[in-house]
Design a binder for this molecule. Structure first.
Ligand code: AMP
Length: 311
């Protein structure tokens, strides 16, 4: 089942406590499509400037990634500059340059409208809505966002939230949006808005899945000895989550089994963990299906306990 992804395609500057890198391939959509293409055909919607290196396009063309919806305009590609703290779960944005993104309006090519799964990766909520409106038949819609849009585009973001099935958020974003100190209370706020599932990304601590039907699942993070660059881990999470779902059949129209959603969260964690192993997409660029299966088995091993349900 093809996956449509809309989001930013960027050239980032990244500073970790140990290294600084300029002109790194980044952007929410870049990380997501690279991860999701390990599972299925991906249809990318976005924009780059005339400065965008051709080698990145060639790499994506060599994968199952359709670039018909990627506009190339005269001007500069979106640029983001971030600096990580020693605890790499925390970072500061030092600069954001919209470049060609400033006048961007996404057009979904006809062939993309067959995508059953839609990932609205982190970009302006108005642009996410424009894509959603062009995809009325999607079976599952998943939304990611960031602190910036909660701060400056809350009404537009809320409109998108009311229209999607699954929301991905960090704990801080839940508190920021809902004003609730308790994540559980915050999540119920989203169910009242009509969301079916909320996934809480916990960085190096894994992820939680909450369902409006009462589902609760906690997925461990894969233990990493070294984090090179966590940028894009959340987007790669989205790629693994949707990538896995693209490989299974819904139990009925627009409805996946809870077990499949749990496995999708684990695949999200796996792709997120790989993303941390390199700058830009280097952590996911050379992965194989076998690498994913190996990490999946390890995570099953690490997180199972008390198979006899003794006490
Ligand atoms: P993540 O680490 O998963 O939050 O994703 C980081 C990526 O998001 C970076 O590669 C940035 O280029 C991109 N990004 C940062 N700020 C924005 C923004 N305001 N809109 C869209 N993409 C952004």
């Amino acid at each position: 089942m093809p996956i449509l992804v809309v989001g930013s395609v960027a050239l980032d500057t990244i500073e970790t406590p140990f290294t600084r890198m300029d002109g790194v391939l980044g952007g929410s959509a870049s990380h997501c499509v690279t991860a999701a293409s390990l599972y299925d055909q991906v249809n990318l919607v976005g924009i780059v400037g005339s400065d965008f290196p051709r080698e990145h396009l060639d790499f994506w063309r060599g994968r199952a990634i359709n670039l018909d919806g990627l506009q190339i305009h005269e001007g500069k590609t979106f640029h983001w500059h971030g600096r990580y703290h020693m605890d790499m779960n925390a970072r500061d944005t030092l600069d954001t340059q919209l470049g060609v993104f400033a006048d961007f309006h996404p057009t979904v090519p006809e062939v993309y409208t067959q995508s059953n799964l839609v990932f609205l990766a982190n970009i302006q909520p108005q642009l996410q809505m424009e894509v959603l409106e062009q995809m009325p038949k999607a079976q599952l819609t998943v939304l990611d966002t960031m602190e910036l849009w909660i701060n400056i585009e809350r009404p537009a973001l809320s409109e998108v939230m009311k229209r999607v099935d699954v929301l991905l958020m960090s704990e801080e974003e839940v508190r920021q949006y809902t004003g609730q100190a308790s994540i559980l209370k915050g999540v119920h706020h989203f169910f009242d808005m009509g969301l079916k599932y909320v996934v809480i990304k916990l960085g190096s601590y894994g992820a939680l899945l909450f369902g409006a039907d009462g589902t609760y699942f906690t997925a461990p993070a894969y233990p990493l000895e070294e984090v090179v660059d966590p940028t894009g881990a959340g987007d790669a999470f989205g790629g693994g989550f949707l990538g896995y779902l693209s490989s299974v059949e819904p139990i009925e129209h627009r409805r996946y089994s809870v077990d499949d959603l749990k496995r999708a969260v684990v695949h999200g964690n796996i792709l997120g963990s790989f993303a941390c192993a390199g700058f830009g997409i280097d952590g996911t660029r050379l992965l194989s299906k076998q690498d994913i299966i190996q990490r999946y088995r390890e995570l099953v091993e690490y997180s199972h306990f008390d198979s006899e349900k003794r006490a």
